[in-house]
Write a protein that binds this ligand. Structure first.
Ligand SMILES: *Cc1c(COP(=O)(O)O)cnc(C)c1O
Length: 409
């Protein structure tokens, strides 16, 4: 596509609805074969002109394809679709969500810098920022980012990054993105938001002031539990540098095959998110009335402690429910054997419902390493001890309720 055609195409895209973008953005009929669906280009290398540079330092975004770690036509289609759905200038896809996270941290932080990171977040991110990143000379403060005073109090002169996850995994506590963006920018720091649980259908962190958005594509965006992937979205100058200086060198490149699978998954994202939310709301209400359930946390329930923020910041409450029962461990053993439809398995955001029990004590010691009584208190008040994380799939809600009913009996 010629550059002028491309610019008008992108202007047009911005006006289209989410479901139209999900199907059409980034995709074009193949110029040679006229194939209507996206091509899968698995080639790692491309035939180039003799004056092509050998170093990525010379790479320009309008260059022809050279080597798949630098860029690839199938991965590029995925990046364009993701950028359109998030209303972002651009995107970089990665081999996994964690690969996106590590590339961002390595790109933005150097020895002597300080970063504020949410104290409850995806376990691998928590573990990475407990030991490995501090060992490189970067100071990390773990903070309950739902507490704005705590975030303000943690910021220092050398703070370069505030990193939050909202809703956070696994307790679905929210962070006010606009308010934290304000704190970050006042301090001259960047704000990165892991929006995996929300998806672009619920929240657009860039519009609320975030500088970077991260998703694990493995979850809702791919949506079918068959491809790992990750993405960072943001503005063009920041991401062009990130790609050239860091992503291409760290080498966490998404397989074009996974890009192709995730492209197909994305085409139905808005439709899927509607059903995830519908099912989750029905099941959350059922669980709230279940005699053996002590507590249900779902951002779409008025009982969520941050329901007002959830309504303001989320256009879709997504499909994840956290709940507590008496004797969590025994219940986990029993339902793992008895569930017929819902899989007892980690991960989330798939078409298939998944449930997993998290032993809080283990998690708090191995992954989160809370250092203050206040953090522990906040966890206990919000989530309590021992939690089930249910990722509501796209099955019929009544079948899922029946499955939970018979398994928990
Ligand atoms: C799964 C997940 C990740 C990591 O993604 P992978 O694709 O498994 O590497 C990061 N953040 C959140 C919130 C997640 O749920």
């Amino acid at each position: 596509m010629k550059q002028t055609d491309r610019e008008s195409y992108i202007r047009e895209l911005a006006r289209l609805g989410d479901q139209t973008k999900a199907i059409h953005a980034g995709e074009f009929p193949d110029a040679v074969t006229c194939a209507s669906s996206p091509n899968l280009v698995m080639s790692t290398t491309f035939v180039v002109d003799a004056d092509t540079g050998f170093s990525v330092e010379e790479m320009d975004e309008n260059d022809a394809w050279v080597y798949t770690r630098w860029g690839n036509p199938t991965i590029h289609q995925l990046e364009e679709k993701l950028a359109a759905l998030e209303d972002a200038e651009t995107a970089i896809a990665f081999a996994s969500g964690m690969s996106a996270v590590t590339s961002l941290l390595f790109h933005l932080l150097k020895a002597g810098d300080h970063a504020v990171v949410g104290d409850v977040a995806y376990a691998a991110l928590s573990e990475l920022t407990n030991e490995m990143i501090p060992a490189l000379g970067v100071e990390i403060s773990k903070v309950d980012t739902s507490d704005l005073e705590a975030v303000k109090g943690a910021v220092k002169a050398n703070t370069r990054l505030i990193y939050v996850e909202t809703p956070c995994n696994p307790i679905l506590r929210l962070t006010d993105i606009s308010a934290v963006a304000h704190i970050a920018h006042t301090a001259g720091a960047k704000l990165a938001v892991d929006s995996t649980f929300a998806t672009p259908l619920a929240t657009k962190p860039l519009q609320l002031g975030a500088d970077f958005v991260i998703h694990s594509l493995t979850k809702y965006l791919g949506g079918h539990g068959d491809a790992l992937g990750g993405v960072i979205l943001g503005n063009k100058p920041d991401l062009a540098l990130l790609r050239k200086k860091t992503a291409v060198r760290l080498g966490g490149t998404l397989s074009p095959f996974n890009a192709w699978l995730i492209l197909r998954g994305l085409a139905t994202l808005p439709i899927r998110m509607r059903v995830h939310q519908e099912n989750a709301l029905e099941i959350a209400r059922y669980l709230e009335h279940h005699p053996r359930v002590k507590r249900v946390i779902y951002p779409g329930l008025p009982s969520h402690p941050q329901y007002e923020l959830a309504k303001r910041q989320m256009n879709n409450f997504s499909g994840i429910i956290t709940f507590q029962v008496e004797n969590g461990r025994e219940t986990a053993k029993r339902i793992a054997d008895r569930l017929k439809i819902i899989h007892y398995a980690v991960s989330l955001g798939h078409h298939r419902s998944l449930i997993f029990y998290l032993h809080s004590e283990d998690l708090l010691q191995t992954s989160f390493k809370f250092s203050t009584a206040k953090q522990l208190d906040s966890w206990n008040t919000f989530a309590g001890n021992g939690i089930f994380r249910l990722s509501t799939g796209l099955e019929n809600a009544k079948d899922l309720i029946q499955d939970l009913e018979q398994a928990m009996e």
